[in-house]
Design a protein around this ligand. Structure first.
Ligand SMILES: *Cc1c(COP(=O)(O)O)cnc(C)c1O
Length: 799
């Protein structure tokens, strides 16, 4: 958009007066931020309205992305960048004597997600708008986002994230678009004698009012504004019932109260299922309502609407859509089923068994009786139809209802036309192992869409020093077209360019060092190697392997303080699910190792260990640009894709990695010589599974180095970890090290030694770093959503 500094300053000052009746000099950061946000929202609203109108008039096909998590982080900078007014606003504020960074800091992170899954959803929202695609988000407006993490005595302590307390400047409440969601009670089918149709009759249902809050998703300099719709719950106003007790009110409010702090294990709580149905039903109801306004027969709904099921949490969409078509709109079953399958598509995000959602039949029946009837009928017909053409045993294994449980992934696959994995290796594992039976029955439904990242946020917004070097070297086209970053590769041997990039990296490291000092009190040198592992804390991601190597390094340095290594700072960031004891113990032990080594002068500052509390998107934006080494060390086959691996390589970090998830595609992009790969690959891992031949105790007992390192967990080497050290020791030795940390240990140590050697040769290192950045463009989520659009949703750009 076109905006002069003058106009902006006038708008801004007026808004501040209007809202708070004060002058700029008297306003605090929160007041300044709210006024600024409100001005920006106003700038967006015209385009927002126009895009909506255009959508209606041109009847464009739209994709609806259903996700129980969105993790946008802060939105101010991103909106300004995408509107093309970041510099005007920054300069305008500066002339008024105001510091933009300080104002931007006042925005609360919108943390309605746990990690990768939610962040992906938000990267997709940005990319859909930025590629001009009509793609809308549908989720939940949790009152409390993911908990805030603090360390007390080295332990993780969780505090509520009341992000809405001072309001949310970006959202618009759309009360007139509220819908009712019915749950519980009894349902029976009443026959209409004249037509032979059955109508469900609801007795004593619990009726909830779903209120949408819309947030504009602004495209990058293209005038496109899409919509992220998050649902809140309210008590319905009705004539029959006006009085609700405090308890009843609370029970309703709980539905959108908290985001479950758990992104990969089965959450057994009933409330979670209520959440899943609530936002799925509300979203689908408005979609059907909107579609009917277009005046096209319901049979053709899939020509105008695509519904995407992001992981299984919204998989009830299949049955709920059927309910809407057959119950509310009187379609016959076969026509409704045809439309449903063509409308729905599904992304699988994990192969971890414990994370594949299953719900007890009794719970589903009680909470959503009519939907359960429909699921039963889908299942019955599935068995009947498929048994005619396929092996009955395979059909039996792929049923939706089995052993008293509803299998959400089965419902999603059977009720949709597309199932995709999120990296090549992951999609292959789905076809070959995890969902092999389904692949045999529906090979044409399976495909791969490798994840991506919103490149603008992870370069232009978070890494201005590097972005400037790119501008000076290859021009500015890369800012709009990520594929142009590849032009940087021809400067791989240009010392000047490499020095400039190294200089930018150093600036970012200084910024992070200052943050570390402020947040933890630990002093680190920007001349050390910054070695980073930031991601949710989970056994399969193997923060423990990193820790074991650090313990070894510590012991080596204690033995020989003159050991010739480049000083290294190991930086962690990770939240553990509050009930995940192993993960919390790993945090405690890393913190205690940190206290031990950071205060040991004998180590001559060659080793520091820092665990930054409360890892979130805003913290990632400070950490990622400052990393020299990116730790992507999950057990091969377990990390579906990973996306932080992409953020880091784009920012010039060298990856130390197993051949897992998108690490493999990163290796293919940068070449073997520009990444450090180690350890077992997925075939090695599966070979051990089939042979049942891994004996962790045997490895431990036969290997003095491993023994010494593992014993450090229990022999007092590390103070204050009696219980936690023993717990981790037992996980490794007594419970046979489920994620093969010990099997990969020596390969990992060797890979770390290789990192040290490579870093000493700065000429080579800087070239590696440059080549990583140069190949980051291919992981832009702009590319990813274009593939979804072409191959799954069949939508095209156009306002
Ligand atoms: C990118 C990102 C993730 C995902 O990290 P992985 O290493 O891919 O698991 C998680 N949390 C935040 C805040 C992120 O920005």
């Amino acid at each position: 958009m076109k905006l002069t500094k003058k106009k902006f300053q006038t708008d801004f000052k007026n808004r501040l007066h209007e809202k708070f009746a004060i002058e700029t000099v008297d306003a605090n950061a929160q007041e300044l931020f709210e006024s600024l946000g409100s001005v920006i929202k106003n700038y967006i609203s015209e385009d927002w309205r126009d895009v909506r109108r255009y959508q209606m008039e041109n009847k464009n096909k739209t994709a609806y992305y259903f996700s129980i998590e969105f993790l946008p982080g802060k939105m101010l900078r991103s909106n300004l960048l995408n509107l093309g007014i970041l510099d005007v606003v920054r300069d305008g504020l500066s002339e008024l004597g105001l510091n933009f960074d300080m104002i931007a800091e006042a925005e609360k992170d919108m943390a309605l997600g746990n990690g990768g899954l939610g962040r992906l959803a938000s990267c997709f929202m940005d990319s859909l708008a930025s590629t001009g695609l009509p793609g809308f988000g549908n989720g939940i407006r949790y009152k409390y986002g993911l908990f805030k993490q603090q360390f007390i005595d080295g332990y993780q302590v969780e505090f509520p994230d009341a992000w809405l307390q001072s309001g949310n400047i970006w959202e618009v409440r759309k009360a007139h678009e509220a819908v009712e969601v019915k749950m519980e009670g009894n349902v029976w089918l009443k026959e209409d004698k004249a037509t032979g149709n059955f109508t469900p009759v609801y007795e004593n249902p619990r009726v909830l009012r779903a209120i949408p809050y819309d947030t504009a998703m602004v495209g990058y300099e293209n005038g496109q504004v899409n919509n992220l719709r998050l649902w809140d719950v309210e008590i319905p106003e009705s004539e029959e019932r006006k009085y609700y007790s405090i308890n009843e009110r609370r029970q309703v409010q709980d539905i959108t109260g908290v985001l479950y702090p758990d992104d990969s294990t089965y959450e057994g709580r009933q409330l979670r299922l209520v959440q899943e149905y609530f936002f799925t039903s509300a979203g689908l109801q408005t979609i059907v309502k909107h579609y009917l306004k277009l005046g096209i027969p319901l049979d053709e709904i899939h020509t105008k609407i695509a519904v995407h099921i992001n992981d299984t949490h919204p998989a009830l969409a299949v049955a709920e859509f059927m309910r809407l078509l057959i119950d509310e709109h009187k379609m016959d079953w076969d026509r409704a089923w045809n439309a449903t399958v063509k409308t729905m598509s599904y992304t699988n995000h994990t192969i971890l068994q414990e994370a594949l959602e299953k719900w007890p039949v009794d719970m589903v029946k009680f909470l959503i009786p009519r939907v359960y009837q429909i699921i039963e009928e889908i299942d019955r017909r599935y068995v009947e139809e498929m048994s005619k053409v396929a092996d009955p045993e395979i059909v039996g294994r792929t049923r939706i209802i089995q052993w008293g449980q509803v299998h959400m992934a089965h419902l999603a696959i059977i009720g949709s036309h597309s199932t995709n994995g999120v990296a090549k290796i992951h999609s292959d594992l789905l076809k070959d192992v995890v969902l092999h039976d389904f692949y045999v029955l529906f090979p044409e439904r399976f495909n791969n869409k490798t994840n991506g990242i919103a490149l603008r946020r992870w370069s232009q917004i978070s890494n201005e020093p590097m972005s400037k070097v790119l501008d000076e070297t290859i021009g500015k086209e890369w800012r709009a077209d990520a594929s142009k970053i590849k032009l940087l590769e021809s400067y791989a041997d240009d010392k000047k360019v490499k020095d400039k990039l190294a200089n930018a990296k150093h600036q970012n490291k200084e910024r992070l060092a200052a943050y570390i000092k402020e947040a933890t009190g630990v002093e680190v040198s920007p001349n050390a190697i910054f070695d980073v592992q930031v991601k949710r804390l989970h056994a399969y991601k193997r923060q423990l392997l990193n820790l074991l190597h650090i313990i070894k390094l510590y012991m080596d340095l204690k033995e020989n303080p003159d050991l010739d290594i480049t000083p290294r700072v190991f930086i962690f960031g990770a939240k553990a699910a509050p009930s995940y004891y192993f993960a919390k113990s790993v945090i405690k032990v890393i913190n205690e190792v940190g206290t031990l080594v950071n205060n040991d002068n004998a180590l001559k500052d060659k080793l520091k260990v820092v665990f930054l509390p409360n890892y979130n998107v805003s913290l990632a934006e400070i950490i990622v640009p400052a990393a020299d080494v990116s730790e992507q060390i999950s057990l091969a086959s377990k990390e579906a894709s990973g996306t932080s691996n992409m953020k880091f390589m784009l920012n010039g970090a060298v990856t130390i990695a197993t051949l897992d998830g998108a690490n493999i595609e990163i290796r293919d992009a940068v070449g073997n010589e520009n990444i450090v790969i180690f350890g077992m690959d997925k075939d090695d891992v599966y070979a051990h599974y089939y042979a049942h031949d891994y004996n962790a105790w045997g490895v431990y007992d036969a290997d003095p180095i491993i023994k010494r390192v593992v014993n450090a967990l229990v022999d007092g080497t590390i103070p204050n970890i009696v219980r936690e050290g023993q717990e981790i020791f037992d996980t490794l030795i007594k419970y046979n090290d489920e994620y093969f940390n010990l099997l990969d240990f020596h390969a990992y140590v060797a890979a770390q030694e290789k990192i040290d050697r490579l870093y000493k040769d700065q000429k080579t290192w800087r070239k590696m770093s440059l080549i990583n950045t140069a190949n980051g463009g291919q992981f832009s989520s702009d590319n990813t959503v274009k593939k979804y659009a072409e191959e799954i949703w069949h939508i095209v750009p156009g306002k």
